[in-house]
Design a protein around this ligand. Sequence first.
Ligand SMILES: NC(=O)c1ccc[n+]([C@@H]2O[C@H](COP(=O)([O-])OP(=O)(O)OC[C@H]3O[C@@H](n4cnc5c(N)ncnc54)[C@H](O)[C@@H]3O)[C@@H](O)[C@H]2O)c1
Length: 265
Amino acid sequence: MLSDRIAIVTGGASGIGKGIAMVLAQRGADVVIADTSIENATDTARAIEKLGRRSIALETDVTRRASTDAMVSTTLSKFGKIDILVNNAGVGGGREWWTRSHSNGDDWDRAYMVNVMGIVHGIESAQAHMKERRAGKIINIASTAGRRSVVGFVHYSASKASAINVSQAFALRLAQFGINVNCICPGLLWTPLWERISERRQSHLPPDQRLSPREYFLAQVKQQVPLGREQTPEDVGKLAAFLASDLARNITGQSINLNGGSVKS
Ligand SMILES: NC(=O)c1ccc[n+]([C@@H]2O[C@H](COP(=O)([O-])OP(=O)(O)OC[C@H]3O[C@@H](n4cnc5c(N)ncnc54)[C@H](O)[C@@H]3O)[C@@H](O)[C@H]2O)c1
């Protein structure tokens, strides 16, 4: 399905990004893992090599355009082209955001810089190459929280609503160059990010009244997800692989929910 395609996955070292990278590799792509955590990124790259695909880890900070420029130029010098860019890197907020129940200024700044500008930087760095080839698949990871604001996590919800909007704008701008830009809005996935959300949501409770992070997460799944099950990084990877393939050649500018039915719009 993706034989000989070259993909970059930002934030590919853990959680959803790792799931996407593994599924793209299983379907034939070579994958660049671009992440601030070079140690975890290297582990993911080694796991991809075990699948028989090529992979490198690149220390990348998507909040800095110079860093995404370097990500693109190193990918081109190692692999010669970029077919797929997945802008997945994301954060829940500023420093130790999970220890407080209300957003502070650092949460707003950090969510905007990583969750919104991270997408903008990735696309702006890769678009010249994709325009020249008149081909490219760009997939941005937003969130169900971008569809419906989450009380107490408004800086994050606002950044994800912006990610959806930015994806539509780039889809319109890049369509004339044969480049598809789509967005995935995942729901509830058990990753390091959600482990911290569980802590944040319960930070106002006395320790003896708190559920374990996993118990709290499963209670949310039960309460919010009509299909009654959590979503997985592999689920997101399968949708990303479809959007990156020729099967999706006429799909662009779309934001697709992957949330077991928890929101309708
Ligand atoms: N977990 C969920 O339930 C869920 C739901 C909806 C959307 N999302 C979104 O999916 C994406 C991945 O989330 P996750 O749950 O896997 O989180 P995670 O914390 O497990 O992984 C995020 C990855 O991004 C990397 N990263 C953070 N800041 C970066 C930066 N400035 N530059 C490069 N890499 C950076 C981290 O090192 C980490 O490897 C995020 O955009 C998140 O908002 C997650």
